[in-house]
Design a protein around this ligand. Structure first.
Ligand code: ADP
Length: 462
């Protein structure tokens, strides 16, 4: 099959979250299964590092290669993409995101013709690229080149939809006829994700539970009605994990590599993490790790409510993340009060993330909602036991036999579950068995990619 993967961030060229992991791991797995895949993404500043050996195809298009032969094309446009940040900066979202991402979508469809890559499937991810099915329908309906092309749209997080003022509609180059409630309009505004959901052939989300949740008012962020209408085209496939990146047996970022049979060596990483984080070196104290966007979605509201109580317990907490300024300020206060308990790193730092996954005993991920979540899958691989709220992909992967789960979203249940994990940690033999079991799990992309292929077949049969 000929597949085009369209995403606004792709590892290793640009990443703010799990989307970037998926957008490179899925193509790699599809290529291994014998399919022809290319990727198209914006030519951000971060993508232009010499280490990526980028070559020029034409004035505004460059490319690099991943895997055996997956071409990654970059849509270059100095004024749109050559800046710090992908979607915004400290003062919020970039004001020209509508122009940036609608330009990307149109230029992508032109590019495929220019390089003569007539795809069976265009697979778009999230709101930034969700206009692709819209433009395909609006501008290329009778174009022979795209005659057999079908589209799939993956929703990685329905909380982010790409909503813009109606006044900007003319900039899209689309007919006003598309601005109606059944298409791109959302409460008198433009909604990119909604447009994609209406015009694509297949919709999927990144876990079975989340695909059900988003059809309800509680989780649908206003788009539950659209999804309900399209429920026959809606599926849920759990993300895999790229084990070539996330593997404690050959992880270059951690101080001591280890396997399930040599789990003792995990504690060398704990010591190293304690050292790096300026925390007392103590093997017996349970170390909780967090690697996360600092957002309400990730559970920081209930964590913040009782964080002083948590910090007075006999534990250590290492937090790596950036995001909401409110949580930056709050957590900085907490560190000042409990410097021997909490170590805070307000940045995006991939090597440190690896050290935290390897050096922590428990991975704290109390997300209010979680489409799939990669953190819990990564921590399994590193023998770090996840503590999660029962929602979305977390509910699909973590249970009482392999981690710690609470099912009422409030600070008391979170606290109770933290205490439970701390008590369990005292039994070293049982704990190590739990860690070894976790390391044995296989959430590889190969299986997930096979499920995507089935979806593509479904789309093709339409
Ligand atoms: P989301 O995509 O909603 O942010 P996921 O759990 O699906 O959450 O994926 C988050 C990914 O980003 C994981 O690979 C995680 O390790 C990584 N990550 C998040 N924050 C940071 C950070 N501050 N530094 C390094 N990696 C991070």
């Amino acid at each position: 099959m000929k597949i085009v993967m369209c995403a606004s961030e792709v590892v290793p060229f640009a990443k703010t979250g799990g989307l970037a992991d998926v957008a490179s791991a899925l193509p790699l797995a599809l290529e291994e299964l014998g399919h022809q895949v290319i990727i198209v993404m914006p030519g951000y500043k971060t993508a232009h590092s010499p280490k990526f050996k980028i070559q020029k195809l034409k004035e505004d298009i460059s490319y690099s290669t991943i895997g055996a032969n997956i071409k990654v094309y970059f849509i270059e446009k100095e004024e749109y993409f050559n800046r710090d940040g992908l979607y915004g900066d400290k003062s919020g979202d970039f004001k020209d995101n509508l122009e940036r991402f609608s330009y990307y979508a149109r230029r992508t469809l032109e590019l495929l013709k220019e390089i003569n890559f007539s795809p069976d499937i265009i697979h778009a991810h999230d709101w930034q690229v969700a206009l692709i099915p819209v433009y395909l329908n609006a501008l290329y309906k009778d174009d022979k080149f795209y005659k057999k092309t079908k589209t799939a749209l993956t929703i990685h997080n329905i909380g982010y939809q790409g909503i813009f003022a109606k006044a900007q509609f003319p900039k899209l180059g689309l007919d006003w006829g598309l601005f109606n409630m059944e298409m791109l309009e959302f409460y008198d505004k433009i909604n990119f994700l909604k447009g994609g959901m209406v015009f694509c052939d297949i919709i999927n989300t990144v876990s079975p539970t989340y695909s059900k949740e988003i059809q309800t008012a509680e989780f649908g962020f206003g788009l539950e009605g659209v999804l309900n209408k399209r429920r026959d085209a809606l599926f849920g496939i759990l993300n895999g994990l790229d084990y070539s990146i996330w593997n404690p047996e050959n992880d270059e970022f951690i101080s001591r590599k280890y396997s399930a049979s040599g789990i003792e060596d995990k504690y060398k990483n704990k010591e190293d993490l304690q050292k790096v984080c300026n925390l007392p070196r103590d093997r017996d104290i349970p170390l909780f790790g967090i690697v996360s966007r600092l957002a309400e979605q990730k559970g920081f509201d209930i964590l913040a409510e009782d964080i002083n109580t948590i910090c007075r317990m006999k534990l250590q907490l290492v937090i790596l993340g950036t995001g909401n300024l409110k949580y930056h300020i709050l957590l900085e206060e907490i560190v000042k009060k409990h410097p021997k308990v909490v170590s805070l790193h307000l940045k995006f730092d991939d090597p440190l993330a690896h050290k935290i996954y390897a050096g922590s005993d428990i991975f704290l991920m109390p997300s209010r909602y979680e489409p799939c979540g990669l953190g819990q899958l990564i921590s399994f691989r590193y023998g770090t036991i996840p503590l999660v709220f029962k929602t979305g992909g977390l509910a699909d992967t973590v249970n009482a036999d392999n981690g710690f789960v609470f099912s009422h979203y409030n600070k008391d249940d979170l606290l109770k579950t933290i205490k439970k994990a701390m008590a369990a940690y005292k039994d070293k033999t049982k704990w190590q068995a739990l860690a070894r079991q976790a390391m044995g799990y296989n959430f590889s992309w190969t299986e997930a990619a096979k499920k995507y292929l089935k979806l593509y077949e479904k789309a093709k049969a339409k």
